[in-house]
Design a protein around this ligand. Structure first.
Ligand SMILES: Cc1cc2nc3c(=O)[nH]c(=O)nc-3n(C[C@H](O)[C@H](O)[C@H](O)COP(=O)(O)O)c2cc1C
Length: 372
């Protein structure tokens, strides 16, 4: 029976347990996309509570691929140093530092979520086809050269991420952003070899993943986040996700992170506890590769059951970690697993009385060597 607190190895990277912090946009980078002190505080304050992995929010591979002007980026050499500070601090707290690489496509050029205003003037959004997302501006269809540039930008961003010290690189192909826009027949009406049938619509993601894999050294894991379904009649389906994941596995992807939706405002999502877990289980069973499950996983027993029932290899939580940065420690206590606790020595007086503790690497201990 797979245990929430048992280690997991993916692509040569070992996670201390099977709980991860899901990527969450903070919309507080500078206009240059550089991480700020907020990113450091936000990510590290989750890492010290013991998750196996902490993933950054979507980091844009090019300036025009940002959702908003305040998205995190990784499109230039100037980004490597500040990202290295984030990755080192997460690793120092004992979590695997992970980064999500993204291009927003037709969902680019927005004001930050909490402003919910119109598009940023003068910023043209790109997409497979000139089809708007809901009330957003109509994007411009990408030329073939622009499609090929996305692959080059993704590879360059992945190389920078490795140099910064991230150990898991996740390609964002979910939630209606550019790569998902290519996958879905609702947003991709191209007549060239980047559209049309399943082969054509999946070509950009497959080629991007193959190129990124070839650029990664041993000891860095590769993941892909997908929306397993659009939740819209005539859209991308779970069956296609299973077939795509088979292909991704053959291309050297170590894990598929299974989310859903975000492509079309007409979606009808059956929201409820663990509502995306059946999609994760279908991909895991059908494609035979490790998966992460995400979406309204909030309770320790629920998370444990998902793993024990073989529906996923790891669980990711987002909003639960905003409510409780110490979710992992509280889950260990709730499940009577305090021997599995991992806390920094600075916090031992807060948590040490609860039972036997495994203490994370002491402050000042040497960092493990970084690949690349
Ligand atoms: C504030 C916030 C920002 C998010 N930003 C991202 C993101 O950058 N990339 C992504 O793939 N998902 C993003 N998500 C989705 C989460 O990663 C997660 O898939 C979703 O919230 C469902 O998990 P939950 O029910 O545990 O919150 C975001 C969610 C929240 C709440």
């Amino acid at each position: 029976m797979t245990d929430l607190f048992s280690p997991l190895t993916l692509g040569g990277v070992t996670f201390r347990n099977r709980i991860g912090v899901s990527p969450m946009c903070q919309y507080c980078a500078g206009e240059d996309g550089l991480p700020t002190d907020w990113h450091l505080a936000h990510l590290v304050s989750r890492a010290v509570c013991g998750p196996g992995m902490v993933m950054t929010e979507a980091a844009a591979i090019s300036p025009e691929g940002r959702i908003s002007a305040h998205d995190l980026g990784i499109w230039s050499e100037a980004h490597v140093g500040p990202h290295a500070r984030l990755a080192a601090a997460i690793a120092h707290a004992g979590s695997v530092p992970a980064i999500q690489l993204a291009h927003a496509g037709r969902k680019a050029s927005r004001l930050p979520a909490w402003d919910s205003g119109p598009a940023v003037p003068g910023w043209e959004a790109l997409a497979p086809s000139p089809l708007a997302f809901g009330h957003y501006a109509v994007p411009r269809a990408m030329t073939e050269a622009e499609v090929a540039q996305v692959i080059a930008d993704m590879v360059a961003a992945a190389r920078r991420a490795v140099r910064a010290g991230y150990r898991l690189i996740e390609v964002h192909a979910a939630h209606g952003y550019l790569l998902h826009q290519f996958l879905s027949p609702l947003s991709n009406r191209r007549k060239d070899s980047w559209g049309g049938d399943f082969e054509g619509r999946t070509r950009l993601l497959r080629e991007a993943v193959a190129a990124v894999r070839a650029a990664l050294p041993a000891g860095v894991a590769l993941g892909v986040r997908i929306s397993h379904t659009d939740w819209v009649e005539g859209g991308w389906t779970t069956e296609e996700s299973v077939e795509l994941s088979r292909r991704l596995r053959a291309l050297g992807v170590d894990v598929v992170d299974v989310s859903s939706g975000g492509l079309d405002p007409a979606q009808r999502i059956p929201l409820g506890p663990g509502y995306q877990v059946p999609g994760a289980a279908a991909v895991r069973a059908g494609a035979g590769l490790p998966v992460m499950a995400v979406g309204l996983i909030t309770e320790p027993a629920q998370a444990q059951a998902i793993l024990a029932e073989g529906k996923a290899d790891m669980v990711l939580l987002a909003r639960a970690f905003l409510r409780d940065p110490y979710w992992v420690l509280n889950a260990a206590v709730a499940l009577g697993r305090t021997e599995a606790l991992s806390v920094p020595p600075q916090y031992e007086r807060g948590w040490g009385s609860l039972g036997k503790m495994s203490i994370a690497r002491p402050v000042g201990a040497p960092m493990p060597a970084l690949p690349g």
